[in-house]
Every structure is written in structure tokens, then in C-alpha cells.
Write a protein that binds this ligand. Sequence first.
Ligand SMILES: [Zn+2]
Length: 215
Amino acid sequence: MIIVLLGPPGAGKGTQGERLAARLDVPKIATGDVLRAAVRDGTPLGLEAKAAMDRGDLVPDDVIMGIMKEALASPAAAKGAILDGVVRTTPQADGVAAMLSDIGRKVDAVLLFDIAEDELVRRLSGRTTCDNCQRPFFGREPGELCAVEGHVPTGTLVRRKDDEPDAVRKRLQVYRDQTSPVINWYEEHGPRVVRIDAIGSLEEVEARALQVLGY
Ligand SMILES: [Zn+2]
């Protein structure tokens, strides 16, 4: 089952993605992660991506899609995958559909983690982020060590500039401008976008997502 996650920054999409991936025993595939892994492993596409980054350019979409395709065609993803932050624009929705069709697969579900803007501003303004693994934390102060159960702490928590309230509102505007067309794209091409109420405990939100997926 290939599941696309949509949702504004701060809705808990990344965290829920990890939980769903563990629960369904499939990998969570996030653009940044697979990109970093490809660069680290020095795959041909990874080297192309690195060359672009070294020039200070954005990594071209076709290179990113190629790296995604390799990740999705790998044995680890045989049962499915959770795509987190992979589809943010309609060209990406198109690209993912075409890439999956190349390997005889398709998007089976699209989950939209939905949350009111005021709540997001409140959440994000209280967020710190690990300067190494980029994991978000709530209720933890800048300067603390990133310590996740089962992981060796390798980074320090920082308050990102773009988590200030004004910056958050700007990011949400960008998100809305980009995502409305993506939702329309899926309404037209399928599968249907299912909204998940993202307010509640991690367990509550996860249970809603699992129910939608038929678990
Ligand atoms: Zn970390």
C-alpha cells in the first residue's frame, strides 16, 4: 500500500508517518532523507544531486524522482511505503504518479492531516528542531540534546527562524497556495483525499489514520 501524506508544517505528519510506517511495517520515504542517503551512498543519481547542491542549485525534480523510484523499487518497499513531504505541488503529484506507473504501482491512499491555523501557529512557535537529524520537539528548550529513545543523541535543539509566528503564517500561506491544487489534482485523478483531524494525542491521531486505512 503506497500512502501519500499531506499536511501543513506542524500538523504532526512526520511523526504520524513514522508511527504508521512502523505499524504497517513499510518504510517511510521522505524526500530529504532519501536524497541524503543517495548522496551518502554515492549512487549515480546521488552524485548528480550532490553536484547540483555543490553548485548551490536546487536538485532537479527528475533527479529527485529517480531517487524516489529507486527507493520505491527496493525490496524494503515491496509491501508499500509512506511518502512524507514527497508531494507538495501538482507537478510532484504528476511525477509520483508517472514514476509509480513505471514500476507497476500506484498511490493507494492520500491522507491529509488537518488542523486549524491558530493551533499550528501555537504549536510551531513552541517547536525546537534538532540541528543534526532535523527531528522536531515540542516542550523542549533550545540547547537541549536531541535524545530520542533508541537513538544516540547526535545533535542540539535549536529554534528555527521560520518557527517564529510571522514566519509560520507565511509558511502556512505558501502551504495552502500549493496544497489546494494538489488536493484538486487527487480529486480528479484519485485516490480520494481523506482528511484526518490532527488535533489530539499521538495515539488518537494514529488511530484515526489506521481506521481510514482499514486497520
Ligand atoms: Zn537529532
